[in-house]
Design a binder for this molecule. Structure first.
Ligand code: C2E
Ligand code: MG
Ligand code: MG
Length: 430
């Protein structure tokens, strides 16, 4: 008797098929034998709607019927319920054609309603499921297997073809890459190995560089550059953004404090709306300023509308408090898919930053040029300043000027620079 046969298999009480513990034991058996088992993950959707419409007991019976159907499908496969709406079939090594045929058969069954009887009524309920193919040759162990199933679910919308995600080498490589970034991110937070770069911002009225935006830079331990466009969204999703923002705040204040003669009125840092609601936020900002003998008026905070997801009233309170000590706020990325006018109207922003995608439209049509000019006029009437982001050419810089935008940021003047290079740049350009 092998060591797995003696392990206790457990069952899901609702569906009477095996549960997640049994799945782990059985899949480990295949891994140990080096057999490339085939896994079909069936993710049920619309259960919430069914719960609301028919009640929880009917929904439970529906899941029972689906589980029983899967269990009876093929004697070579075993069915498991590994989470509320997640059922799994685990079967022997098979060809791709056989695997596809098996999924096609299950999908076809989902096209006709399930008959569920409860309390003297019979219901015909339609439900949807999506499917994930996974061949176990790609899995190192059972933890890895669970990670891969979770990853496949998370990439579902972007990778599905016809309701199916095929967990292949490409998804495996993506997953390894994301894992690499997460490891480097955690290391960089623990060891504070991020670098801050600064992009000078030109003031069209004063005709000189009067501010800069701080932008974080991360190199993996192997020297690979990891773009903030890639790791910041991951840090936001996983909550690691908090640790990053405190490091950024510290580094920027330290830089400003150690260059008292820097000819910049302000430097801005990027933060999320969520972070502003952190109970320690105000204290941390004040502590960093005090420690580096800085006045609040040197600091600006950029936030995007996308990250202000709740509690506008509370965000507003914090913004008003900090504005009172000279720290004003920029609304970042205005004109992207995420922005609308609601946070601009309800929160006290000093500056609106027109996103580079909006600025690019200026090149395309005279209508865009006119609209941006009018938008700028309305904003000025409401006492906002405007920064044009992503200006790359002389023509764009001129047009931004014609649209009466107040400040210009972009590669046309300078790419983001490390601290020493920024100091040099400002010396040469002041
Ligand atoms: P953002 O805050 O809108 O920053 C502007 C981005 O545009 C920067 O990209 C900058 O390097 C880039 N950029 C500036 N001028 C040009 C130009 O002329 N052409 C083009 N093509 N790009 C230009 P970066 O540094 O890769 O940062 C991307 C985003 O990552 C930032 O967008 C910001 O949302 C986020 N981010 C960067 N640093 C931090 C940080 O310290 N904390 C947080 N929370 N987010 C950050
Ligand atoms: Mg920004
Ligand atoms: Mg921006």
């Amino acid at each position: 008797m092998d060591k797995y046969a003696s392990a206790n298999k457990t069952y899901d009480p609702l569906t009477q098929i095996k549960d997640r513990t049994s799945f782990v034991i059985d899949s480990q058996k295949y891994v140990a034998q080096g057999v490339h088992a085939h896994i079909i993950l069936v993710q049920l959707s619309q259960l919430l709607r069914i719960n609301r419409k028919y009640g929880i007991l009917v929904c439970d019976k529906l899941i029972f019927h689906i589980a029983q159907y899967l269990q009876a499908l093929d004697s070579g496969y075993e069915a498991y319920r590994i989470a509320n709406s997640r059922l799994v079939l685990l079967g022997p090594e098979c060809s791709l054609e056989q695997a596809n045929a098996r999924i096609a058969q299950i999908r076809e069954r989902f096209e006709t309603p399930w008959t569920v009887s409860h309390d003297h009524h019979t219901y015909a309920i339609s439900t949807k499921a999506y499917f994930i193919h996974l061949f176990m040759e790609l899995c190192d162990n059972e933890n890895d297997l669970m990670d891969k199933m979770n990853h496949a679910i998370s990439v579902f919308p972007s990778k599905e073809k016809d309701g199916i995600v095929f967990f292949d080498q490409e998804i495996n490589a993506d997953m390894r890459h994301l894992k690499y970034i997460m490891e480097e991110l955690r290391y960089a937070i623990d060891h504070k190995t991020f670098h801050m770069y600064y992009q000078p911002i030109y003031d069209c009225h004063e005709k000189k560089f009067t501010s800069a935006e701080s932008l974080i830079r991360l190199n993996g331990r192997d020297g690979t550059f990891i773009s903030p466009g890639e790791f910041i969204p991951m840090a936001e999703d996983t909550g690691l953004i908090d640790g990053i923002s405190w490091i950024v705040l510290e580094k920027v204040c330290h830089f400003l404090g150690s260059h008292p003669d820097l000819p910049l009125k302000t430097v801005s840092i990027n933060m999320t709306g969520q972070q502003i609601l952190d109970p320690s936020f105000i204290k941390r900002v004040k502590d960093s300023l005090e420690k580096n003998h800085l006045d609040g008026s040197r600091l600006r905070i950029e936030i995007t509308e996308r990250t202000i997801i709740e509690d506008f009233a509370e965000v507003k309170k914090v913004m008003e408090y900090l504005s009172g000590i000279g720290i004003h706020f920029y609304l970042d990325d205005f004109g992207t898919g995420y922005s609308n006018l609601s946070s601009m109207f309800s929160l006290p922003f000093e500056v609106i930053k027109f996103d580079q995608s909006l600025m690019r439209t200026i090149n395309d049509t005279s209508k865009a040029l006119k609209t941006i000019g009018l938008l700028a006029d309305i904003m000025h009437e409401n006492e906002y300043y405007i920064v044009a982001e992503g200006i790359e050419t002389e023509v764009q810089a001129k047009t931004a000027n014609e649209c009466r935008l107040d400040r210009i940021q972009g590669y046309y003047f300078s790419k983001p620079l490390p601290e020493d290079k920024l100091v040099e740049f400002l010396k040469e350009n002041s």
